[in-house]
Ligand binder design. Sequence first.
Ligand SMILES: C[S@@+](CC[C@H](N)C(=O)[O-])C[C@H]1O[C@@H](n2cnc3c(N)ncnc32)[C@H](O)[C@@H]1O
Length: 199
Amino acid sequence: MKAIEKYAEENNVPIMDKKGLKFLVDYIKTNNIKSILEIGSAIGYSAINMALSGPNVIVTTIERDEVRYLEALRNIKRFDLDKRINLILGDALELKLEEKYDLIFIDAAKGKYIDYFQKYAPNVKENGTIISDNIYFHGLVEQNKKIEKKNLRQLVDKIKKYILFLKDNKEFETNFYKVGDGLAVSQKRKDDNENISNA
Ligand SMILES: C[S@@+](CC[C@H](N)C(=O)[O-])C[C@H]1O[C@@H](n2cnc3c(N)ncnc32)[C@H](O)[C@@H]1O
């Protein structure tokens, strides 16, 4: 694992920080998660850690950058996890996956989080969850001072819009955690018919 962390640092590959990763792995264990879809594999660091959280955990992970995809493939093989991690090369917004998952983990382009969420919400099982990383984006989302760089300001505005989108969402209930770079845990609500039949 140290070698992957070193490669990420030397090659400027953004990977999850350790506190966020621990939260994610604990969540998987506590909630008995078995099937995961990750959007944004980079070099496979979080996918490998999620797969290692339990012997029956199966991860599908999507990466659009070919160099990172190839490095992820190598890393997954090193850990002998190719039977439990299904790595897909492609743009998550262009793929069509039919399967449903216990957990979807969103960790790709920050400006597109609403798009990923809307596209993949139908792939979440009943009682399943979507976890999104970088919700506080290095503290910039919460600071009131005007951000000078236009690109950065626009990105932070998009994350703020995503937070509002999650707060307003009727299908999922979201809790926000100030751990790592900020994580949002969105739990699929039971549909009304189910609530009535269970009443
Ligand atoms: C923050 S990194 C992922 C880090 C990884 N989850 C980890 O912690 O080890 C985000 C990755 O998402 C990829 N990405 C961005 N947009 C994407 C898309 N639409 N489809 C698939 N991958 C995407 C980027 O190429 C980048 O490698």
